[in-house]
Design a protein around this ligand. Structure first.
Ligand code: URA
Length: 423
């Protein structure tokens, strides 16, 4: 077999055989297929698609390229959540300890932000001392200590995906449902969780801009998980506006802690509780009320244990950006639109995100919202506060927000927070 034969087949719209898929992933991981050949194949897949059998074979081959974690020594079921990424999406932070407090273990391998979407590890790293890199033994220790662990995937997990994702990122081949679904699910299946809830975001701030494409991605991922023996469900949730009132690393940790303390913005609380109930049901844990675990402090206790077990100080003061500026409401009326992509881009330009994987992020940078779509505002009242370490970042952030919000005499409606459930 050779790479040219496989590329030509997909280029000409021919289904790849399982043997071809196994060979190409194996050879690419080992260096026998060159990056330029894999780029051509990724583009052919983006243009011509893959059917369910091809996607399943591709996913299994990527899982086999590395180690598969095993939590069968634990005495309780495992559950995880994966979000396809958005703006202000800090849900993992309150959710993981909440589900742990209700009786399931949460072993979550998470990622860093790229572009306008934030990454869970970047958020947690704004806590002084907190460490993202753990060995498998350390993961097990944190799980036993706190019930939940959120850390970086080691280099041994789905190495084929690591290589391929970096390549897709620079060759315009990220936006392919078969490639996104197999990339996400290879890591989640290799992570060894018994059950998985997918939060597939829909809207301007998400990969998937429409409910139809999000549903196709969700159905593909649910089928991959289910076929691999992982109890998998997906929610389609709104990402046309930011989630919560804080966008940016330390700002989002603060908001997550408010939720764990029994407060926090209504949408963050609602989605956290909904996902917690889905995770517990998928894990087969019954008789626990996540709302009670938020109210009685047991979720907060699990959070504190989880942060401390990974070297972080849960009582430390979080970093603050040195400079702020405000954006005011241009008129009185209803805030009908506050675009997730515009706010995410602004936060990125303020320093909260990175342009290249190796770039550092600012812990304190970001955007605070003072109103959400649907709220009544008065002309001149603060709508947003922008936070940055250097004041010269404000100009380009304000440009990103230009046209990203609207105030009108009457509300125009928006996507429901939870749009649909896919099983
Ligand atoms: N996240 C991933 O892990 N892979 C993709 O392809 C897209 C988002």
């Amino acid at each position: 077999m050779d790479a040219i034969e496989v590329i030509r087949a997909k280029r000409d719209g021919v289904e790849l055989t399982t043997a071809q898929i196994d060979w190409v992933i194996d050879a690419y991981t080992g260096g026998g297929v060159a990056d330029e050949q894999m780029s051509a194949l990724a583009m052919a897949i983006l243009l011509n698609g893959m059917d369910r059998r091809e996607i399943a074979a591709w996913t299994q081959a990527m899982i086999r390229s590395g180690e598969r974690m095993d939590w069968s020594a634990l005495d309780r079921p495992t559950a995880d959540k994966h979000s396809t990424g958005g703006v202000g999406d800090k849900i993992t932070l309150p959710l993981a300890p909440l589900v742990a407090a209700c009786g399931a273990y949460v072993p979550q391998l998470s990622g860093r932000g790229l572009g306008h979407t934030g990454g869970t590890l970047d958020k947690l790293e704004s806590i002084p001392g907190w460490r993202a890199s753990l060995s498998n033994d350390e993961m097990l220790h944190v799980l036993r200590e706190a019930g939940a662990v959120v850390c970086a995937a080691g280099s041994g997990l789905a190495p084929a995906d690591k290589k391929l994702y970096a390549l897709r990122d620079v060759t315009g081949t990220v936006e392919s449902i078969p490639l996104i679904a197999s990339s996400i699910m290879s890591k989640k299946i290799a992570e060894g969780t018994g059950s998985l809830v997918l939060d597939v975001k829909v809207g301007s701030g998400a990969f998937m801009k429409t409910t139809e494409t999000a549903r196709e991605l969700a159905e593909t991922m649910v089928a991959l998980g289910t076929d691999a023996g992982v109890r998998t469900v997906a929610l389609l949730t709104a990402m046309d506006r930011p989630l919560g009132l804080a966008v940016g690393n330390a700002l989002e940790v603060e908001e997550a802690v408010e939720v764990l303390a029994g407060g926090g913005p209504a949408d963050v609380v609602e989605l956290t509780l909904r996902l917690a109930r889905e995770m517990l049901a998928a894990a087969g844990v019954s008789g626990k009320d996540p709302a009670k675990a938020l109210a009685d402090g047991s979720a907060m206790d699990a959070w504190r244990r989880m942060v401390a077990a990974q070297g972080g100080d849960p009582d430390a003061r979080l970093p603050r950006a040195a400079e702020t500026t405000t954006v005011e409401a241009p008129a009185s009326g209803v805030l009908t639109r506050l675009d997730a992509y515009a706010v995410g881009l602004a936060a990125w330009r303020l320093g909260a995100g990175r342009a290249r994987k190796e770039d550092p992020v600012s812990a304190g940078a970001g955007v605070t919202l003072h109103a959400k779509p649907g709220d009544t505002v008065r002309e001149g009242q603060p709508l947003l506060t922008l936070h940055a370490d250097e004041a010269d970042r404000f100009e380009r952030a304000l440009e990103a927000l230009d046209g990203g919000y609207a105030v009108a005499p009457a509300d125009t409606g928006r996507l429901p927070l939870v749009i649909d459930r896919v099983t």
